[in-house]
Write a protein of this length. Structure first.
Ligand code: MRU
Length: 346
């Protein structure tokens, strides 16, 4: 039985989330009643991963609704919208963040009065979390069928339970395969500079009993040459309607190597990560983070003083390199232009 800690929870007017900056050394939680503290946690990547930051933003709005003392419905809605704007400015690439904020705000707008609106915000935030886990369980069921007993998989970043409310997206097929008695070996790309692969994916997979090897980002080529890799499964921060996949930096090079070496390359993502309003890479922002995060490794400077760095946090894999997209409604295959619209509107 796989038992992973909950990434984020709502507990009677408080939010409790794992501080992912401290893993794997320490499993510690941040507990807060302050929605602004959640905004900071998203910005500073104490919580990260597209579905998890969607849930975090929804819970931040729920905190606002729970603790706000505005006497009027209009005043409440205005404050809630302002909180939504602050939350939306934390990170630009994962569409789940904006999707979750819109969803919760619209639940509030539809309410008939103040008390109903407060209740609606909290209920909607809880629904965002619950549906995320349900989607991941289904992704696990569809994705597990792609895995044979004894397979070796490769993944990048952490699209695991820690990146969602539970079970993960790219890890969901792995966990479900494990539950069904299949043995799986996983290569986890370390994912410089935040090291989500080495710190987080290796942590949760090993806790779940999966045989996991941390591999450096620059070893994809030799691994594909020398080792048997049966399948690549990665997550997504945003999938456009044409099938462009924005995901953690290093995903695109992995897809190129996979294509050359005939390794099936799958993306696992809930339909909340599909952005039908975006067609291609020009329609959304790729986050660039502080160069210091590249120049320093775990607090120690690794490049000479005076040298700068360029840090794109995500890249974009074009649809022709994506074998299929595993969602809670099934696996979408090309042509994505047709099949993603269909799968999202199930
Ligand atoms: O910068 P991060 O750690 O938030 O990036 C996370 C990823 O790129 C994940 O692969 C993606 O969000 C999918 S999580 C299920």
């Amino acid at each position: 039985m796989i038992n992973l800690p909950r990434t984020i929870e709502w507990v009677d007017g408080k939010v409790r989330l794992i501080n992912q900056l401290l893993l794997p050394e320490r499993l510690e939680y941040i507990e807060t009643e302050d929605w602004r503290r959640i905004a900071k946690a998203i910005k500073d990547m104490e919580i990260r991963g597209a579905p998890a930051i969607g849930v975090a933003a929804a819970f931040a709005l729920a905190l606002y609704a729970y603790h706000d003392s505005s006497p009027s419905f209009e005043g409440f809605l205005e404050g809630l919208k302002r909180a939504g704007e602050v939350l939306a400015s934390t990170r630009p690439t994962a569409v789940n963040l904006f999707w979750a904020i819109r969803r919760v705000l619209s639940a509030a707008e539809k309410a008939g009065g103040l008390d109903e609106a407060r209740r609606a915000v909290i209920d909607e935030a809880l629904a965002v979390q619950r549906e995320d886990e349900e989607a991941n369980r289904k992704i696990g069921e569809y994705g597990e069928k792609l895995i044979e007993d004894g397979d070796t998989l490769i993944t990048v970043c952490n699209a695991g339970s820690l990146a969602t409310s539970y079970w993960g997206t790219a890890t969901a097929p792995i966990y479900t395969a494990l539950e069904k008695g299949k043995r799986v070996r996983v290569f986890a790309l370390e994912t410089r500079p935040y090291l989500q692969g080495a710190r987080l994916t290796a942590w949760e997979l090993s806790r779940a009993g999966v045989e996991v090897y941390v591999v450096t980002d620059n070893s994809i080529g030799i691994l594909a040459e020398k080792e048997r890799i049966d399948l690549a499964i990665v997550g997504a921060d945003r999938v456009t309607r044409l099938g462009y996949v924005a995901n953690k930096i290093g995903t695109y090079p992995l897809s190129l190597v996979a294509r050359v070496h005939n390794i099936p390359f799958y993306v696992a993502a809930p339909t909340s990560s599909i952005d039908l309003e975006a067609a291609g890479p020009e329609d959304f922002e790729i986050e660039k983070r502080n160069p210091e995060e590249v120049l320093y490794c775990r607090g120690k400077r690794i490049a000479p003083e005076g040298v700068s760095a360029l840090y794109y946090a995500f890249d974009i894999t074009p649809p022709q390199l994506v074998t299929g997209i595993i969602t809670e409604n099934g696996v979408a295959y090309p042509p994505y232009e047709k099949n993603l619209v269909r799968i999202k509107s199930f």
